[in-house]
Design a protein around this ligand. Sequence first.
Ligand code: ARG
Length: 468
Amino acid sequence: MKLWQARLGQTRIDPEFEEANASIGVDQRLFREEIEVNIAWAMALTETGVLRETERRRVVKGLRQIEAEIASGALPLTIDQEDIHTAVENRLVELVGAAGGKLRAGRSRNDLVVTDLKLYLKRALAEIAARVDTTQAAAILQAEAHPRALMPGYTHMRQAQPILFAHVLMALVSGLERDRERLVDATRRLDRLPLGSGALAGTGLPIDREALARRLDFAAPAENSLDAVSDRDYVLEVASVLAILLNRLSRVASDFILWSTQEFGFVGMDPSLETGSSLMPQKRNPDSLELVRARAGRATGQVAGLLATFKGLSLGYQKDLQEDKAPLFDLLDSTRLCLGIMRRCLESLEVHEERMRSGLDPFTLATDLADHLVEKGVPFREAHQAVANLVTHCEKRGVPLHVARLGDLQRFSPALDEEALRLLDPDAGVARRASTGGTAPVAVRRQVRAARRRLRRRGLFQEAASGS
Ligand code: ARG
């Protein structure tokens, strides 16, 4: 039976409308939260005298049984049950009779559904944050395993300056740290209990909402009942935070796909993350990373879809709001899966240090020559021009920069001396970038140490208290 059937009497719901209206296929994910919230509400109703203590106990026992039935699949969740709230109430009345029918007093599915969802999100986001941690840890371990691997750093996908591969890995760690902060921040903001807001105007029963919030482990009750049932900005915020995280994973995936091509060969992927071809026997394809990239695309559409769904809605519950959960749950699934794939990819990555190094174009040291001239007192503007002329000259002659002779150098600037020749070494170039955040081995080691310390505070790397 529908919870609103009384108003419409014996009228049968249109079957196609029933199918569109039923959210049970999606919101059954909330069944544990639904049970927990119902148990807390039963306690609140008992305190206000709506439910007798003996009834409360029967209700709680019934709810626990329903939880077990849903978990085991024993309770069929069919679309005639409309949603998880209806399914649980109907089954409760079957199990405990009239006491089960008392539970709906003073509340609405409008405050119930957002309470369930917020509770669910608090846990889901904590799990995702933990996955961010393990992904960071995998990147850190690779950075430590390859402390001196040099590779070309790119801008515009053209070789720019030599960097450490570990620097690339630590760039990911820094980005993931911001993603994690966003998760924590979004969680903190949604930590307000909607329950007790009724349909929109607040509950008519003398419910102690502060006590209810404590019982359900929320920081405080929502301030305004109308806002509490209408608010979906937490859905938008969480969806956006997840989309940003997926966006990051997608960009890393793109780089690894490129760097694992035959042409680059900088890294090799573990076969457990690859597929073969049904036609070409030699192929190994990076499908896992391609899917990470595609999920980020899907996420973009989901965030846009949510924004569009909510934007014209008047304050107060409208059924449009029900459409929030399918994209949100899908985003949570995508993020969980993609973080897992990325962690696995990082853990198992083969790093071909020689290939990386041999891929380095010596012209990427041109900036170091210009910097050297600056140290000699030449204005950077002139230094840049002199080195650009030298590069053009070498290019024309087909001479790589590092085999240029002193005489060549001095034709373009007398300040280019013996010392300048020694600069034409990528290891030296990298080592010079030692200030905070730079790519020098010492600077990268500092990044690694700081990241390790953060993760240790979160319970990872406990075995290696000394760090590295
Ligand atoms: N299944 C609904 C949802 O997810 C629950 C709220 C229904 N409220 C209502 N007044 N019809 O949004």
